[in-house]
Design a protein around this ligand. Structure first.
Ligand code: HEM
Length: 146
């Protein structure tokens, strides 16, 4: 049988690509054993509101559109007062986010969005737990002991 060859994955090109990324990512999140209940039960997310907001958020980061004007930290602090959100949850969030990006896109913007997500996860986790931000995991590098 001839080997099947697939066309190479594109880089993130526009808002439509970000919509695909966001929809695919939160499909995984809502079914996830660690994260699903935080969105579905603790925060009782209105997905019709949350998903376009997250597309605005990433469009602002990647294309500088300015569509998102909010405070990304605030809801996380509120939710973390009601259920534990720590390095375990953030590590899962990042693993799912990276896997989603890598399943759909390859290129500079794909790398940029993963780096931006990891940076923000690190800062958010440190603000939530009060730990210095250097404490946080990085999936591809060894964990620091301190
Ligand atoms: C364990 C990890 C995380 C959990 C459990 C989580 C959970 C949530 C929840 C429940 C909300 C909605 C709150 C509400 O509307 O009531 C939310 C909003 C949001 N999240 Fe996260 N999140 C996580 C990580 C992240 C990371 C790493 C980023 C950024 C890279 C991020 C960006 C945002 C943004 C931009 C919003 C919308 C904020 C607004 O309302 O303006 N989240 N998140």
């Amino acid at each position: 049988m001839p080997a099947v060859s697939y066309p190479p994955l594109p880089d993130i090109r526009d808002r439509e690509d970000l919509r695909l990324l966001v929809d695919s990512f939160y499909e995984k999140v809502r079914d996830d054993d660690l994260l699903g209940f935080i969105f579905n039960d603790v925060a009782s997310i209105d997905w019709d509101e949350h998903l376009p907001k997250m597309v605005d958020f990433w469009e602002t980061i990647i294309f500088g559109s300015g569509a998102y004007r909010g405070n990304p930290l605030r809801p996380h602090l509120e939710v973390s007062a009601r259920t534990p959100i720590g390095s375990v949850q953030f590590e899962r969030w990042q693993t799912l986010f990276f896997a989603t990006v890598d399943s759909l896109f390859v290129g500079e913007r794909a790398e940029h969005i993963k780096n931006a997500a990891a940076d923000m996860a690190r800062v958010m986790l440190s603000r939530i737990t009060g730990e210095p931000s250097g404490f946080v995991f990085a999936p591809d590098s060894p964990r620091p002991d301190t």
